[in-house]
Each structure stands twice: as structure tokens, then as C-alpha cells.
Design a protein around this ligand. Structure first.
Ligand code: FES
Ligand SMILES: [Fe+2]
Length: 429
């Protein structure tokens, strides 16, 4: 439970807010590279309560600048992409990728006014299909030390989805290991082969993940503080078959890093558009075979509408809820795509969850610990006493599922990760 003031402190993200300042201190995904495919690479970007425009100049690269023209406020998303920048169609002012005005064609030839006009702009970098922007103050931080950012493009895939709620409740799903045994429960098991690129569909050793989560629904959850954020270890004692160890991570402030399958991991950022809308950005990384990007994209395009990555199942159609399916096939009755389940869970909490009315339990330990860190970071940032922990180089978070001997599980998951890295083609190149 949180007070009204704490809830506001943690959830409001616009310019000048406390949580907004924390999120702005880190690189944030602002778009997928594929959004700039096509003849005219210009896209609106709404992020952290700011309205921006992203464009790719063929020579000068990417620009992320304020969407409102400095002259008299017209919308630069309708700009002409030409001559080294984005030109406002109202009076032809031209802005380069840094936001600097470089031409004002209606002004006298001798005018130098253009030199003193600059749009707000933010630095951007592009990695494996995701464009990141930095909206904070001061020196540029390093990108986080994550496998999805160092893997070759062939071994990664990126996608995103729109969710109608505040960013924090979206993040809190990813640090809640208990919900997988309920929200994502399948009453019958599926053939693991059908589950390529999907979560909770692999087998761990010989046991289907769906069965393991269904039958062992009371995990012991351990949370460890690390220099990137938090490591969550969910232990399910499978009696004589060993200990199932699922290691997931919270990468401060708004990302999670989890296992997807035996050879893939998923890193997901929960990025506020406004206080009541968010995008999740997902980067999938394979340690084994190259990722079948075409198949992964087709799977997701069956569920999301472009250009805004709006889910086809949502509040408007009751998330596809079907009561006979709920009786016989899935715990939710909302189909087999776990994104739909998560989306229902977070949107049904309300646009901003009222945390003054919740009852946190022992299985919510990940959420409790994370909130403490967020509130502490907000305090430190305000007092400028310390820098946030993951602005410096940090260890690479490990996300893995293993079944280990009950008395040796702590070493086993680390050993399994070493093994995976030793056998990976791209790590050892
Ligand atoms: S409003 Fe953009 S050039 Fe005049
Ligand atoms: Fe989930």
C-alpha cells in the first residue's frame, strides 16, 4: 500500500516531475527502427508527456526534436524532409537533426535570426531495431550492459505494443513471478514446437513450462539488490524432480530482463507516453540459432495494428473473453497470447492504479523492494547526493530457467548460463 502522495510521486512522469526526472536520466526506447522504413522517414514520438518528431536525414542521420515549430507553432510531423533537415510547411523554416534552424527563406538574405533559433532536441542512438533517446540533463550515460544490445542483429528481434495505463503498473507485472502460475495458466499443455518465440511454451528438461507453472503455483521468491537493479529468483520445489529456478531481473528504472525459452531472452522497457498510456518495447535475443525475425514479426502482426502498435484485443472487445474457454482451456478465457492476459491485468487496475487501496502480500516482495529503490532514487536525485545506480557500467543481468539439484540450485543456474555463453556462436566470435 502507498499513500496518495507516494503514488503520485512514483507514477507522474511529465516534465518537472520526480519520477519523470529519474526516467529521463536513462536512455529510453523512443521508436522501432522499422517505423522509419518507407519513403518518408518521419514519425511523431509521444514520450514522457512530451510531443516530439523523429526523422532520419539521409546524410546527417537521426533527429529527435520538439514537434512544435519555434516560429509560430505549426506541427513539424507534416514537415518536408529535405536539404539536411525537416522543413516546416508553414513558412519554410528548416531544422537540422540537432534542432538548429538553418534556413528562414522568407527573411531578408542578410538576416541572421536563424542562428538564434533552436528546437529542443535529444540525442539518439540505434541498436538492433530500437531507437533510444536521452532526455535527461548532463553528460550522456552509457547504454545499459545488456545482451540484447551487444548481440548481432541476426540474433535479435524487436517489437512494441500500446497499453492504456500508467507505466508503473506495467513494470510491476514483470517483477511479480507468482502471477505466471495463474494469469498465464493453460489447463492443457501445448506442443513446445508450436511455441517458437512465445513465452512459457518451452520445456524445461522434459517438463512443459505450462505444466510446471500450473502444478507448482506457490514459488518461493528471493530478491537480491544488484548494481543494475534487482535480481528475482523464483524457486519451485518439484519434489523428487529437483528445484525449478527461474531467474528474472529488474533493470533500473523501467526495464525487465527475463528468460523467453531455452535459447532466448526478452528485455522489455515500459515507457510512458503520458501518465495514463505507455508502450512496452521488447528486444528478443537468441544465444543459439539466429532469430527467425520474419516469423516473430508475423506472429505479432496478427495481434497488433500498425502504425501505432495498438492491440487488436482490448477493452473495446472484452479482450476476447470467452467463458467456455475459461472453463476448459485457459485461466483467463482470453486466448493463448500472454500479452493479452497482461494487458487485461494492468488496464483493469485503472489508468493509474490506486495503490492506497491495495493489499500487498509476501509474493509481492519484488514490487515492495522495487518501490523502495524508486523512492530512494527520487530522493537522491532531488538532493543530488548520489547518481542512480545503473548510470555506471554494471554486470550483465542473467535471465534463465533451469531445473537444479535441490541442494545445489544456487550454483546450477550460474553454471547453466556459463554453458550457454560458451556455446553461443556470437559471444565467442
Ligand atoms: S510556423 Fe513553422 S515556419 Fe512558420
Ligand atoms: Fe505476465
Amino acid at each position: 500500500m502507498a499513500s496518495v502522495a507516494q503514488n503520485e510521486l512514483m507514477t507522474c512522469i511529465g516534465p518537472g516531475t520526480a519520477a519523470g526526472a529519474i526516467l529521463r536520466s536513462y536512455w529510453q526506447p523512443v521508436a522501432l527502427s522499422e517505423e522509419l522504413d518507407g519513403a518518408r522517414p518521419v514519425r511523431p514520438v509521444n514520450i514522457l508527456g512530451e510531443r516530439l518528431v523523429l526523422f532520419r536525414d539521409p546524410e546527417k542521420g537521426l533527429g529527435l526534436i520538439n514537434r512544435t515549430c519555434s516560429h509560430r507553432g505549426a506541427d513539424l510531423c507534416y514537415g518536408r524532409l529535405e536539404h539536411g533537415g525537416l522543413r516546416c510547411p508553414f513558412h519554410g523554416w528548416l531544422f537540422d537533426v540537432t534542432g538548429q534552424c538553418i534556413e528562414q527563406p522568407a527573411e531578408p538574405d542578410s538576416s541572421t535570426l536563424y542562428k538564434r533559433v533552436k528546437q529542443v532536441s535529444y540525442p539518439v542512438v540505434e541498436k538492433n531495431g530500437v531507437i533510444f533517446g536521452f532526455m535527461g540533463k548532463g553528460a550522456l550515460p552509457k547504454l545499459p550492459n545488456l545482451d540484447c544490445l551487444t548481440a548481432p542483429n541476426s540474433h535479435s528481434f524487436a517489437f512494441k505494443g500500446l497499453v492504456d495505463c500508467n507505466w508503473l503498473q506495467l513494470l510491476e507485472v514483470g517483477i511479480d513471478p507468482a502471477h505466471a502460475s495463474f494469469l498465464h495458466r493453460f489447463l492443457e499443455d501445448e506442443d513446445g514446437e508450436e511455441g517458437y518465440g512465445l513465452q512459457f511454451r518451452d520445456n524445461v528438461n522434459d517438463i512443459p513450462m505450462t505444466k510446471l507453472l500450473r502444478n507448482f503455483y506457490r514459488p518461493e521468491i528471493k530478491v537480491e539488490k544488484t548494481d543494475f537493479g534487482h535480481r528475482l529468483i523464483a524457486l519451485r520445489n518439484l519434489d523428487n524432480r529437483g528445484m525449478h529456478v527461474r531467474v528474472t531481473n529488474q533493470v533500473f528504472p523501467n526495464a525487465i530482463h527475463i528468460p523467453l525459452s531455452n535459447e532466448m531472452t526478452l528485455t522489455q522497457w515500459h515507457v510512458p507516453i503520458s501518465d495514463i498510456k505507455s508502450y512496452w518495447y521488447a528486444m528478443f535475443t537468441s544465444f543459439g540459432e539466429p532469430v527467425d525475425q520474419k516469423r516473430m514479426r508475423e506472429q505479432r502482426l496478427e495481434l497488433y495494428e500498425l502504425p501505432d502498435y495498438v492491440p487488436k484485443k482490448g477493452k473495446h472487445n472484452n479482450y476476447g473473453y470467452n467463458e467456455s474457454e475459461q472453463a476448459t482451456e485457459t485461466y483467463t478465457g482470453m486466448g493463448f497470447d500472454i500479452n493479452v492476459h497482461d494487458q487485461w491485468a494492468v488496464e483493469s487496475q485503472g489508468a493509474i492504479q490506486d495503490r492506497t487501496r491495495e493489499v500487498l502480500a509476501s509474493s509481492d516482495v519484488g514490487i515492495t523492494e522495487y518501490r523502495k529503490s524508486l523512492i530512494k532514487a527520487i530522493g537522491s536525485h532531488k538532493d543530488r547526493k548520489t547518481r542512480n545506480f545503473s548510470r555506471r557500467e554494471h554486470e550483465v543481468p542473467i535471465a534463465i530457467d533451469v531445473i537444479a539439484p535441490i541442494d545445489d540450485w544456487e550454483k546450477s543456474w550460474l553454471a547453466a548460463d556459463v554453458d550457454r555463453r560458451e556455446n553461443s556462436s556470437w559471444i565467442n566470435d
